[in-house]
Design a binder for this molecule. Structure first.
Ligand code: NI
Length: 254
């Protein structure tokens, strides 16, 4: 079944129909969803929310746009969340020089601290990196070795993808692979083995064609699977099977 490795069902965009939508996931072929924290607040709401759904797990971490909320005290409180049931990863963490909400120094500081936390807890990491390719790679080479994880919503070159694959990381592929202007990601998918790819929605964002621009959800992930299948010359069923196996291995759910 489909394994959505990265979703944000705590978003207010799901407030109207969250219960119904999530209840329909098994019949839409979705077997597992990891709901990923982003804001400091979500580190508390997300672990709570996933307890209600047997097929959902949580990742706890603070997104680079939100690291202004972190200090020693809040970081310690966030760390306590990992004692909760079904919290299985640290994320999303990383660098975002596109929105540039916080200084690069502050982003790097908390990125490194959260990587160290993952090492301490022996948990996989979910990496967010936008327009920060070189700095992300530098930090990952120094602090990310020996960890498992995924470079989520991968937007860099095929050369860089191969480098991450060599380090043992997975590449997160979602709706962008169906976009007309998604050439770069299609090249990445062609270049790396299917055993290094995981599926993700990043919903409510990045809905695949034919729903581009609309609210995304895990049921639409099959369109991304079809996009990958076309590039790889295999069936969408095989893409769903292999990526589920990859995700279970990465999250330690196998
Ligand atoms: Ni995300």
């Amino acid at each position: 079944m489909i394994f959505d490795t990265h979703a944000h069902y705590d978003s207010s965009q799901f407030d109207e129909d969250r219960e119904e939508l999530l209840a329909s996931m098994p019949e839409q072929g979705v077997g597992t969803i990891v709901n990923v924290g982003a804001s400091y607040r979500s580190c508390f709401t997300v672990p709570e929310m996933v307890q209600k759904y047997p097929f959902m797990y949580a990742a706890v971490g603070v997104h680079p746009d939100e690291v202004g909320a972190l200090n020693e005290e809040t970081f310690a409180k966030m760390k306590e969340q990992f004692q909760k049931d079904k919290v299985i990863a640290v994320g999303e963490i990383g660098l975002d020089y596109y929105w540039d909400n916080e200084s690069h120094d502050l982003q790097k500081k908390w990125f490194i601290r959260q990587l160290a936390l993952a090492k301490e807890l022996s948990l996989p990491v979910l990496i967010h990196s936008r327009e920060a390719a070189a700095d992300t790679m530098e930090i990952m080479q120094e602090y990310g070795r020996g960890l498992q994880g995924v470079i989520h919503c991968f937007s860099y070159s095929k050369e860089m993808a191969k480098e991450y694959v060599k380090m043992g990381y997975y590449i997160g592929v979602g709706g962008v692979v169906t976009f007309k202007n998604g050439r770069k990601l299609k090249e990445v998918v062609a270049e790396i083995p299917l055993t290094s790819i995981v599926l993700e929605t990043d919903c409510p964002y990045l809905a695949p064609v034919p729903f581009r621009g609309k609210r995304n959800h895990s049921g639409y992930i099959r369109y991304a699977a079809e996009g990958i299948a076309e590039i790889k010359g295999v069936s969408a069923k095989e893409v769903i099977r292999q990526t589920e196996e990859n995700a279970k291995k990465m999250y330690g759910l196998a």
